[in-house]
Design a protein around this ligand. Structure first.
Ligand SMILES: [Zn+2]
Length: 256
């Protein structure tokens, strides 16, 4: 507790040292020079635990339990204590809706395609700004996936049920597996449009004939149409690469 001073006069907050012990998974967010265990920070009684954690580089969207001197605390608690233990959000983590829905930051276009391919509800616009991404996450009860820690520092995204999550991997295939491990969503491959994310419905070849290249008309018999943008769809449309992506996703889910 801060000492009480005379009313109206600011009291100098006592400065103290806090040992912050991050789970190894969370240490990946810290600058390399600070990955020692524990991280020692100078803190004052006016500072909150959430501020300490985020100022070290760890978004609160990634944090599960916070324990200050052995007692569970929330991020708004004053950082007065000796030792803070920070654990990661559990996997799979609680989500705003089930099955989880996502909105992806503009840099994750290749991940958006893969998640739609395996049947997840993914909003993605190439030119969305940070404000609209956060608003879309909240309004649609979606989890915002991003590699931008600054964006995840918005408080609305970290309040449970969390509406934001950091993606560590840089390659799209790895990113997909990371998302599947973190959220364990049910898969429904080949049920969504890769371009707009809406559901596909079966369509007769004759209805789509005018939209299909001649070679496709000769080679394929089963077709679908996007209920959102109307594009025709067939399994061979995007090459064998996507079959492999689906296999990897199904394999990953089987081992969870
Ligand atoms: Zn579509």
């Amino acid at each position: 507790m801060a000492p009480d001073g005379p009313p109206g006069r600011p009291v100098a907050a006592p400065v103290d040292t806090l040992d912050v012990v991050f789970d190894p998974e969370l240490r990946l967010h810290l600058p390399r020079t600070r990955r020692a265990d524990p991280v020692q920070v100078r803190t004052a009684a006016t500072v909150t635990i959430g501020h300490v954690v985020q100022s070290l580089g760890v978004p609160l969207t990634e944090v599960g339990v916070l324990e200050l001197d052995g007692v569970g605390v929330d991020p708004g608690t004053r950082a007065v204590g000796r030792r803070l233990v920070v654990t990661p959000v559990p996997h799979p983590q609680p989500v705003p809706t089930w099955p989880p829905r996502f909105v992806l930051d503009v840099h994750l276009g290749a991940l958006a395609r893969r998640l739609r391919l395996v049947g997840l509800d993914v909003a993605y616009e190439r030119d969305a700004d940070d404000d609209s991404l956060a608003a879309q996450a909240l309004a649609g009860d979606r989890v915002l996936l991003t590699r931008d820690r600054e964006l995840l520092r918005r408080r609305v995204l970290s309040v449970p049920p969390r509406h934001g999550a950091f993606v560590h991997a840089t390659a799209a295939d790895e990113q997909m597996l990371e998302v599947l491990r973190r959220f364990a969503p049910p898969l429904a491959p080949w049920t969504r449009c890769l371009r707009c994310g809406a559901r596909l419905e079966p369509a007769a070849k004759a209805e789509l004939a005018h939209l299909l290249p001649a070679g496709t008309r000769r080679t394929y018999e089963e077709f679908a149409r996007c209920t959102g943008c109307g594009r025709p769809f067939w399994r061979g449309a995007h090459g064998a690469g996507l079959e492999a992506v689906v296999r990897r996703a199904e394999e990953a889910v089987r081992h969870m």
